[in-house]
Write a protein that binds this ligand. Sequence first.
Ligand code: ASP
Ligand code: MG
Length: 473
Amino acid sequence: MYTGILMGTMRIVMKFGGTSVAGDGFRRIHDIISRQLPENDVVVVVSAVKGITDGLIDLAHKAKGGDGDHVNEPLDKLEETYLKLVEMSAGRDHVNEAYGLISKLRRDLERILYGIIYLGELTPRSLDYMASYGEVMSAKVGSLILRKLGLEAIGLTGKEAGIVTDDNFGDARILMNATRYNSRRVLEPLLSEGRIPVIAGYMGATQEGVVTTLGRGGSDYTATALGAALDADQVWIWSDVDGIMTADPKMVPNARTIPELSYREAAELAVLGARVLHPRALEPVWDSGIPIYVRNTFNPGGPYTIVHEKEEIGKKIVKATSLIREVSVVTVYGPSMVGASGMAARLFKIVADTGTNVMMISQSISESNISFVVKRSLVDRVYAAIEKELMLKGFLRTVEVDEDVAVVSVVGAGMKGTPGVSAKIFGAVAERGINVVMVAQGSSEMNISFVVKGEDAEEAVRAVHDAFKLGEP
Ligand code: ASP
Ligand code: MG
């Protein structure tokens, strides 16, 4: 008699990141997919090979300067990178066949590039078209490799797969209703034939069919959106670390994998620089409750993180730390600010008009100063605007800039309402002789963030990690 548990068919969306698709990555990807077949439906989302997106964006900007001489070399390199993938995973015999496909993709890119060169103009549309090409190559070439390895894979761009977005080029948002309708129409028939769609992440198209990108790291967002659209049972995000960790292991040697996080906690970490998931990646699954597994392609049997609805409070009050570098603090002082209503609104309007995002704010209770954090690369323009609009007009006395600082964040749902957490954090940091420049508590009360000098950043993270014993199970 058969006594095993009969598992129903599962539908899994798997996303493979930039290091997972590089080199001989598609061999590993083949093995990972094969283990789920034939009983489960598998939908694959791929990133560009690591570094390719940066290269394409750079090339587009150079082309705008009319630099036609330097087009061939980077395109040769791009071609080579993807031919190498074929050679390393499918073998030399298939390189010739792949060459036809790869040179066709290259010609598409070339046409766009020469358009940019001749016009001397790089529109957000053409930049997005260019930037999406790494993912397009991964999907088309990757599916060819998987076919050679025996899977019935079919490569699709995000647009072909039915990902519909708004027209906010460079940081587009996925329109879920339209995407659900379109992606089902395209993908359901393929899945019912037992085929494996391999889809370019990070990209989609507007309702009019113009290609858009979803913001850097956006392939995660493609995967969760498809997970929701296709009513998947699970979404697996494959990268090169063992899930989401308590700290960056390069900085904190005893960092550990966090076994479980709630959507809220993971979302908090994603916006706080932990670079584990795209900040919007949790939105599509939030309502449907689809769990996300964050796993390591290079250690598929190793520890991983499940991100789901359930929020585990009690065992660990603090769950993770993260660090944002390359930021600056601007502090404005002015006695006339005391009691002057609308001053903060005015200040932040001026900052916003420079196109700069304010990452953190604190105002002293005396109201005589306000400090805020911005990206270091933007601090010069912020300073200039404040000088022109507020200092020269006599509204402020001084503006100080602390150019090289870092934001350390401490995250955990249990922090809400637990007394003594901040005392413990700042006690630990002070004990190591580190000065805290500025403090802010997230309004969700699930994080406390503080600013330290750039040179103190790693030690501050280690201090918090040790104080809360995050390196222990
Ligand atoms: N290739 C894109 C990037 O580098 C998207 C991604 O990897 O998720 O941002
Ligand atoms: Mg990523």
